[in-house]
Design a protein around this ligand. Sequence first.
Ligand SMILES: [Fe+2]
Length: 320
Amino acid sequence: MKVLSLGYLGIGAPDPQQWLTYGMEILGLMPARALPGEDWGVPMVGSGPASSGSGVGEDGSVYLKMDEQQWRIAVHPSQDNAGLMYMGLELAAEQELREAVLELQGQDIKAEMGSAEQARQRSVSGIAYTQDPAGNKIELYYGPTKDFNFESSRQMKFLTGDKGLGHMNLFVADLDACRSFYSDLLGFKLSDYMEFAPGMSVEFYHCNGRHHTLGLSKVGDLNALHHLMLETTDIDMVGRCLDRVQKAGIKVTSTLGRHVNDNILSFYMSSPFGFEVEIGYDGVVVDENWRPRQFVEGDVWGHHGLDPIAIKETAEKIKV
Ligand SMILES: [Fe+2]
């Protein structure tokens, strides 16, 4: 199977409205111009989607846009500690989607094609469902709906395209099983890895030019999303975002710094719910000649607050 990119994410949070404000005012995202599954109307004659670009669905779900894709991040109402609800992984076309389902089923992994209506509810042309060994719900899809009118009220521009929406770092309890699932079955390739302490390690995997789309971290028995990284196209966008974060009193969980592995210059903050968000710039691009490397430390400089002890503390907080 060849996954092309991480195309969309669904997260659960007690108050999606908080995420709408945070997404727009701090991250510079835009509410989706139409909700997934919604009729676009006929823009040429002045009719448009019923949601009129509010980004908010009838059930209170919030849909955010960061580029030419109709939407990238959905936040669904959830009173529980829901965190990551699903991730959308893009495949090339229908044939690849059908083959992927058969391949997973052939390995005794539960996988099934979704209906046309289910695909429409995500604004994609075809969809299938499976799950990783950590219990994360995976939606394989092809043919996302494009809508080129992205405008950030905070003048943000994100590096996406064939690199997908960014990267995710997941805590996984069973690293061996997840490694095998993502690399042997889904075709992700190891970029680098680090071992910070006995029983604590992180492995970084790519599926396109982005150094890693997926980080798999083993910190005890926890399965959860540690952070989501969005990459900008300009260092000043990182700096201005950091200004907005500090002005709003949002906790900076890791100071500005440059990672050893993907060379990204970034900082981390608390999001309105559970996991952290990293905003970065200048990530290295990998190609088929890339060879995995092992590191003993995470940073060239900075990123104070992102150390094994702090990561363990975050893991414990998420667990509660
Ligand atoms: Fe990261």
